[in-house]
Design a protein around this ligand. Structure first.
Ligand code: ATP
Length: 236
């Protein structure tokens, strides 16, 4: 049984069908990339998985549980954390306070301390800046904080929406190295990205989405050498 199983998913905004029968799976331990151009429906899929948008048809199961029956606020405690596009950190609060908000499902102080240590291990810059007001962090640091906050909920599955957005090439490389490191430490990752090159570099498998449909799928290493992928997504 796959950790996340999406079958024949359809999602509509009013009369417009944004997702037109999408199926894919995420196995435990994998990094899966969902690549696609602007408006392909990547964010819509993540929002449907986390219960923010209802589906019109199809099924989504996490560890064998039908997510349609789980309210959005319960999904975090099931072991899934979502880092939305645009980061949405609490701008007025400090870095430390933002991280603590990620730990809201945990009551054990020792566990919180040890999770915090792990997060600072992945993101030393957050420790250096723990008392800084989050709104004054750079774009890359805000991305790190959003990911760190998600990790504080001890997710088994981390959903990342466009972590490269607005970042310099150097920072993109740094963030993607950390995503790989987080995966190697045991967290399964579903990564939604327009930066197909970077996403395919760290993913095990990938799916390409075009106007609400999956058009290609396979091992990331194979897709990287696929002529259609090169032309459409890698600018080669
Ligand atoms: P991007 O990379 O630009 O974020 P995306 O692949 O994440 O794109 P979505 O944001 O999921 O794409 O959008 C998929 C389609 O659904 C687009 O045509 C978009 O205009 C439409 N859409 C998204 N949100 C809404 C909404 N709230 N109401 C109506 N249409 C929407």
């Amino acid at each position: 049984m796959a950790m996340l199983e999406i079958k024949d998913l359809e999602v509509c905004y009013g009369v417009i069908k944004a997702i037109k029968g999408v199926s894919f799976e995420v196995e435990q331990g994998e990094v899966i990339a969902l690549i696609g151009a602007n408006g392909a429906g990547k964010t819509t899929i993540l929002h449907t998985v986390t219960g923010l948008i209802p589906s019109a048809a199809g099924s989504i199961s996490f560890d064998g549980h039908d997510l349609k029956k789980v309210p959005a606020h319960k999904i975090v405690s099931m072991g899934m954390a979502h880092v939305p596009e645009g980061r949405r950190i609490f701008q007025q609060l400090s870095v430390f306070e933002n991280l603590m908000l990620g730990a809201f499902t945990c009551k054990n102080k020792e566990q919180i301390q040890s999770d915090l240590k792990k997060v600072y291990g992945h993101f030393p810059r957050l420790e250096e800046r723990k008392n800084q007001v989050a709104g004054t962090l750079s774009g890359g640091e805000q991305q790190m904080l959003a990911m760190g906050r998600a990790l504080m909920s001890r997710p088994r599955l981390l959903l990342l929406d466009e972590p490269s957005m607005g970042l310099s090439p150097l920072l993109v490389t740094e963030i993607f190295d950390i995503i790989k490191e987080i995966n190697e430490a045991g967290t399964t990752v579903l990564l939604v990205e327009q930066n197909a090159k970077k996403a395919l570099e760290i993913a095990d498998r990938a799916y390409a989405l075009e106007t609400g449909r999956i058009t290609l799928s396979g091992k990331a290493s194979e897709l990287m050498n696929n002529e259609a992928v090169k032309k459409a997504y890698l600018g080669e």
